[in-house]
Design a protein around this ligand. Sequence first.
Ligand code: PMP
Length: 367
Amino acid sequence: MTRVDDLPLREELRGQTAYGAPQLDVPVRLNTNENPYPLPEPLVARIAERVAEAARGLNRYPDRDAVELRTELAAYLSRTAGHAVGTGQVWAANGSNEIIQQLLQAFGGPGRTAIGFEPSYSMHALISRGTGTGWISGPRNPDFTVDVAAAVREIAERRPHVVFVCSPNNPTGTAVEAETVVALYDAAQAARPSLVVVDEAYGEFSHHPSLLPLIEGRPNLVVTRTMSKAFGAAGLRLGYLAADPAVVEAVQLVRLPYHLSSVTQATALAALEYTDTLLGYVAQLKRERDRVVQSLRACGYDVVDSDANFVQFGRFADSHAAWQAILDHGVLVRDNGVPGWLRVSAGTPEENDAFLTAAESVRKAFD
Ligand code: PMP
């Protein structure tokens, strides 16, 4: 039997395992920061309608520049993120992972480096590796906020080509302050200049306003977003960025032609028609997230303040054993490999109750 390592594989991929959380069939799955609410039925019907329309034209390639979709995404950001942007400032792709990949293809690559402040979203490092970009693991404070002085020092010394700032941060839920982003941006411009990517995949769940207004006058600042979380459409695969129009032009140098199918564009447009309904679910999830934080603290856990739709809690002498013990109660949470901590996504009130019951009895067992 041929093994992967028998193939003429790139050296840096040898011995690696594919990224992905376990997809286990358990009653309560709170491990991948999904939105627990299925799309409302009227939206499902609207998607069917718009997809049928798109299907009639499937003999043709899709709109390569996804202009209608980018216009609607720009309108959504302008309305909700505190800063007006136009179609030319927005770019869309198959999930924000593809957006990140396109950014690294255009601004990273062999002989170049990217930095992130860890623990953070592990795909930043993995997509860097996949695009041949060297990865630099930058520091955080013990409370998981970005250590600004250390980060600025690291940027000045290592002079990375791409700087990732995840806000709210996955897996800790920590929001980054605007002044911190400005300090990192200024350091990155003085060092090289380099591209600063603010990953706002969970932006809609934050107690704080979006960092989007910071793109004004900062042509090397990019904000990435996704419809996977707030829009409850992880299966759709639709991510997007907002930045200076020059950044949008740059990613068009590396995107595959017709990367965004007509079906994807039609579905995303239908979902955007239901923005207000979907943001209503976000409001409910934010309340549930806050309840999970308070309840975990009340039963004695350490909990990191969360601005996302998930919560990092601990501490455990053996977080993997605790993960298994919670799983034994039929609740799947995430062991991100942050020693002492686990992460749980905010679910429906019933799912959160099941999780909190499990967490309480595991806490007793581990005391
Ligand atoms: N950024 C962050 C911080 C994430 O947690 C995720 C998903 N887990 C993504 C980006 C990618 O999301 P998607 O590709 O579904 O848009």
